[in-house]
Design a protein around this ligand. Structure first.
Ligand SMILES: [Zn+2]
Length: 89
């Protein structure tokens, strides 16, 4: 039996795809799929499961280590700065 156009379109109104839900890595703040190991820093649930630096060449490894150190510095700097700024203002 033939449906009306409205009938068909009403049924199809539920067929749209939803975007993937993306969470942030706790350690490096990189967007990651939920329940998935972070490929940027190799951690999952606060445990380091993959040595990310292993595959890289020496030069790349040095650069990467620098980046990670800078990130950690920024993070450690940001917290006390915010508090001190608040007290100053
Ligand atoms: Zn990460």
């Amino acid at each position: 039996m033939r449906h009306t156009r409205a009938h068909t379109r009403n049924r199809r109104s539920h067929h749209a795809l939803k975007g993937a839900s993306i969470t942030k890595c706790k350690k490096c703040n990189e967007p990651v799929l939920p329940l998935t190991l972070c490929l940027n820093c190799g951690t999952y649930k606060d445990r380091e499961l993959i040595d990310v630096l292993k595959k890289l060449t020496k030069r790349e490894r040095k650069q990467r280590e620098k980046e990670i150190k800078e990130k950690e510095k920024k993070e450690s700097k940001n917290k006390p700065l915010e508090l001190s700024d608040l007290s100053k203002k």
